[in-house]
Design a protein around this ligand. Structure first.
Ligand SMILES: Nc1ncnc2c1ncn2[C@@H]1O[C@H](COP(=O)(O)OP(=O)(O)OP(=O)(O)O)[C@@H](O)[C@H]1O
Ligand SMILES: [Mg+2]
Length: 467
């Protein structure tokens, strides 16, 4: 198997008989052979083309085998060198090995000796090339991951985003300062959490995202701290918890506002002493973890209500990053739209070049209670619907309920601010219609799109309210 791999081998010897004898032998083994009559010519070959293995005599006039070895190591460190030494020159063989030769064989040579030396070298070269290939793939993958996960992944040039990116870098530079990320639904809190991790010295360690609202209350402790086999019914084996899995990296606690109170106490303690104890274990384990938490709830309000512990709130709030809602960075809307469109065009293999003037106007007037997530899915739908070329206003359709249900979004707070006599659907509806018509300069197609209703429905309501 290994014997059948074909290598390019350079044979350097001033003795033409030896040179051609070795050459013939290697060609019979399926290798490509280049011959050089002295050290100088040999080095010139290595400098001008890729050679896998060099076989060189030690004693040669002019550039000798040691010099060849030295030059090859410096110009082609991946090329391995085998030296040929006289039987009585053991000292030379050792010196060559010390100076970086891969192997040697004696002269006058026995075929088995050359064969063994070549095979060892070939096998090594095959393994090394395989390792390089794997490593290169890994490097490419990691570079891609980092690009997907660092600051680069956060698109936006608005002042609000630029400021936020600066804050991310600031806190990433600290070793384990806890970070609290707050912002409405769909604003990109998870991207921010990833950026904090991937821009920090912990980037090589694990990033462990945990959705606190998805863990049943009775499983919280074991999920976070792990458990020993037999600690409770169903604990069939030892299991590591999120903290231990994130050791050396970052633990991302998403939806921290949904963490049960008793778990909040334990989390706080862990943040203070950086130790955990798995359920059913008597031993404490030290963990080196940065905690990044995110929420779309107003935690201060949860503290007032008593559903979030004040001490934990202050502990998490040491460094807070506010992710701005899309309406506070309208300038980024087109930027984001084009970025998402380019991605979908690539995925769908469609030549989608951009948005029509009408589509751009519509995007800039649109309300985004679901923030970037809502914009992203509107662009995705449009990319799927649209044939080729430009996305038109008709291709854009917005799902106003997207992610907006659990959100403490702008709409929620607006509604909460309504007085009792304003809490009337037709009053609100009429006001919405009037505003939509005003913003679109009474363009009914655009107004309907803005409101997320059909043109028919819009016409009916306009008649009803006398607009
Ligand atoms: N600035 C941005 N640049 C590029 N993509 C973004 C940006 N902000 C958000 N996104 C994308 O929008 C989507 C929603 O973002 P993300 O999941 O981070 O929101 P979130 O703040 O965690 O929302 P929720 O509170 O609902 O969990 C993701 O697909 C994310 O990649
Ligand atoms: Mg999220």
């Amino acid at each position: 198997m290994v014997e059948q791999v074909s290598m390019t081998i350079l044979v350097i010897d001033d003795d033409v008989h030896i040179r051609t004898a070795i050459g013939k032998f290697l060609i019979a083994r399926g290798h490509t052979v280049i011959e050089a009559a002295n050290g100088e010519k040999g080095v010139a070959v290595v400098e001008s083309q890729a050679v896998d293995i060099v076989i060189t005599d030690v004693k040669m006039p002019g550039v000798d085998g040691f010099e060849v070895l030295r030059r090859v190591r410096s110009v082609a460190p991946e090329t391995e060198v085998i030296v040929i030494t006289g039987v009585k020159e053991a000292e030379n063989a050792f010196r060559a090995l010390r100076e970086g030769a891969f192997d040697f064989f004696n002269k006058p040579f026995k075929v088995e000796e050359i064969d063994a030396a070549i095979q060892r070298t070939v096998r090594y070269q095959v393994l090394r090339k395989e390792k390089d290939r794997v490593q290169a793939r890994l490097d490419r993958f990691e570079a891609q991951e980092r690009k997907k996960s660092g600051l680069n992944a956060i698109i936006g040039e608005s002042e609000a985003v630029v400021k936020m990116k600066a804050e991310i870098l600031q806190v990433a530079a600290t070793d384990h300062t806890t970070v609290l990320i707050v912002g409405e639904t769909g604003t990109g809190k998870e991207l921010v959490a990833r950026a904090v991790h991937f821009e920090s010295d912990r980037a090589g360690g694990p990033f462990v995202p945990v959705n606190c609202s998805a863990i049943p209350g009775n499983l919280f402790e074991s999920a976070f701290f792990g458990h020993k086999k037999g600690a409770f019914t169903g604990a069939m084996a030892d299991q590591k918890g999120h903290f231990e899995l994130a050791d050396g990296g970052t633990l991302f606690l998403d939806e921290i506002g949904d963490m049960p109170l008793e778990m909040q106490v334990r989390l706080l303690r862990t943040l203070e002493d950086r130790c955990i104890r798995p359920v059913g274990s008597s031993r404490e384990i030290e963990v080196d973890v940065r905690v990044v938490a995110a929420t779309n709830r107003v935690l201060a309000a949860a503290v007032r209500e008593g559903s979030f512990r004040e001490d934990l709130y202050y502990r998490l709030n040491v460094f807070a990053i506010q992710v701005p809602p899309l309406r506070e960075r309208v300038g980024d809307v087109l930027f984001l739209s084009r970025y998402f469109l380019a991605g979908y065009a690539r995925d769908l293999q469609k030549p989608l070049v951009g948005f029509s003037k009408e589509a751009e106007d519509l995007l800039q007037r649109q309300m985004f209670p679901g923030n970037v997530r809502m914009l992203k899915s509107a662009v995705e739908r449009a990319a799927i619907l649209c044939g080729d070329g430009e996305i038109d206003a008709d291709d854009l359709e917005f799902d106003l309920f997207e992610g907006g249900s659990t959100a403490d979004s702008g709409v929620d707070s607006m509604v909460q601010a309504l007085s009792e006599d304003q809490m009337n659907l037709s009053v609100v509806e009429k006001a919405m219609l009037r505003e939509a018509l005003r913003r679109t300069e009474r363009n009914q197609v655009h107004a309907a799109a803005l409101l997320g209703i059909s043109r028919m429905v819009l016409r009916n309501r306009m008649k009803r309210y006398g607009l």
